[in-house]
Write a protein that binds this ligand. Structure first.
Ligand code: R5P
Length: 298
């Protein structure tokens, strides 16, 4: 489908502009601010009647964003938009995909329900699909997923000589092997045990021949950075060259980025979440994914 208007939630202007340009569409205006008591004020400054609207909102730090996003979608419908879709380069809450302990909330399902109730379609980049086979298991609206593997592989090919691609755990193998194949590099996967939010243990089963190679750690998300950091430390202890950390989504909780830099790593991310480490552009791929998405007329 083609959207006729792209509207950015705050901080998403660059992505909305790139998508609008690729679709020959316009960008619309949304004023969003907080009342003194913290409640949200929203006002569209663009006529939305009969428009195919795409709201662009990446969902890192989601609790600060989701309520306003739902207000925006509902208001756009009241103002006559024909369709209201969501481009969320990073889709939050996907890691809570199981009740790991009795009584836990499976928030991936709750967020999927909220967004499916409010939007007609969703386009995103590499959602964390470890225990779900596809977004269709939890989203009731048409979805399209951009896979960043070939873009990451392209960056590695152009920027790292003699790379050895390293995945953090066996779950990442399918994905890491694709990046490695596209990058024309060998790969290996490590073993990871997560005991807590910031307590991660990485062990090396089979590192292979690293002589003369630059280790490139590849993961979908950097959140606390502990997965990457422990791997960097482990590799350094083995006297391996300073690694490059490449991730799709750089969330960088607290001082995660600074710790990785301090540990001697080079850190590179896709521009799904705006950050100084962004070096891999996914906007073109997002625009194409939206063009090929099939959305029923009614
Ligand atoms: C886990 O399944 C993911 O693929 C990442 O490895 C994880 O989210 C990274 O988190 P952190 O940066 O907090 O170690």
């Amino acid at each position: 489908m083609t959207a006729s208007i792209f509207i950015a939630m705050p901080g998403n202007e660059e992505a909305a502009g790139a998508l609008a340009q690729a679709h020959g569409a316009t960008t619309g205006q949304l004023e969003l601010r907080a009342f003194p008591d913290g409640e949200s004020y929203l006002r569209f400054g663009t006529d939305l009647s009969r428009q195919m609207l795409a709201i662009v909102c990446t969902l890192d730090r989601p609790n600060d964003k989701i309520l306003s996003l739902l207000f925006a979608a509902a208001t756009a419908r009241e103002l006559g938009a024909a369709k209201v879709g969501l481009v969320a380069p990073y889709l939050a809450y996907m890691r809570q995909d199981r009740r790991f302990k009795p009584g836990e909330a499976v928030t991936s399902r709750e967020v999927a329900q909220l967004l499916s109730n409010s939007f007609d379609w969703l386009v995103t980049v590499d959602p964390h699909l470890h225990r779900y086979g596809s977004l269709g298991e939890i989203y009731r609206i048409p979805t399209s997923v951009v896979h960043a593997a070939s873009l990451m592989a392209g960056w590695i090919r152009s920027n790292v000589a003699d790379a050895l691609i390293i995945g953090p755990d066996s779950e990442s193998e399918q994905w890491v092997s694709t990046v490695a194949k596209d990058a024309g590099a060998p790969y290996t996967v490590l073993e990871k045990i997560r005991r807590g939010d910031r307590d991660v243990e990485i062990s090396i089963r089979n590192l292979g021949d690293v002589s003369g190679r630059t280790p490139v750690l590849v993961d979908d998300i950097i959140s606390t950075g502990r997965t990457m950091l422990e791997t960097v430390r482990l590799l350094k202890a083995r006297g391996v060259a300073a690694p490059v950390c490449v991730a799709v989504h750089g969330l960088f909780a607290a001082d995660a980025y600074e710790m990785l830099i301090k540990a001697g790593a080079r850190v590179v991310t896709c521009n799904t979440v705006r950050h100084p480490s962004n070096a891999i552009d996914v906007h073109g791929a997002l625009a194409e994914a939206l063009k090929t998405l099939r959305v029923p007329a009614n």
